[in-house]
Design a binder for this molecule. Sequence first.
Ligand code: GTP
Ligand code: MG
Length: 197
Amino acid sequence: MKIKSAEFVVSNSDVAKCPKSRLPEYAFIGRSNVGKSSLINMLTSRKSLAKTSGKPGKTQLINHFLINKNWHLVDLPGYGYARVSKSSKKVFQKFITQYFGLREQLVTAFVLVDIRHTPQPIDLEFMQWLGENGIPFSIIFTKADKLKPNAITKHIEDYKTILLETWEDMPNHFITSSSKSIGKDDVLEYIDELNGN
Ligand code: GTP
Ligand code: MG
């Protein structure tokens, strides 16, 4: 899929204020600093459509972007950022839960995980929660530029071993690097397919 246009639409923490349109929607979620906003910029070939930062906790709101005037891409705040206060964690959990509960136009969630780390309980729990709530998801491994190919293979095998304890098949997954522009076409083609093209 060629990205002809990518426009920021709205940011908010109130799911009721998200765009009313029924356009198919794809949400990017994962731990703080995993590279969600960077991935969105890579996919859309826009340097700073989504705001990125070296400091975790940059994205705090639900951000909608309209792509090719016919689907929405959503940048969500990261989970598991220890320095956010308990009360703001609760607010966050509430609006993320509402987002996934209420957005019927969500086609699939992309759960981003940093390829450098061993499977983390917080990511596994989040995938479990999506599964229990009937929300389809794929996994996007990020920062592949930071590991050698055989280490990438090994880390994906570790994920497979753990995920197959819960799921019958390994969830659909992609290997990406935003800094080296790896995996872009695979993710965009997948979205294109789900959009019925
Ligand atoms: P929050 O909004 O804080 O939850 O973070 P985020 O998941 O949106 O991460 P963001 O895209 O802001 O990136 C976090 C840091 O990781 C930045 O310093 C990025 O430059 C870096 N980063 C993101 N993707 C990659 C990648 O593919 N490779 C490398 N080497 N660094 C990356
Ligand atoms: Mg972000």
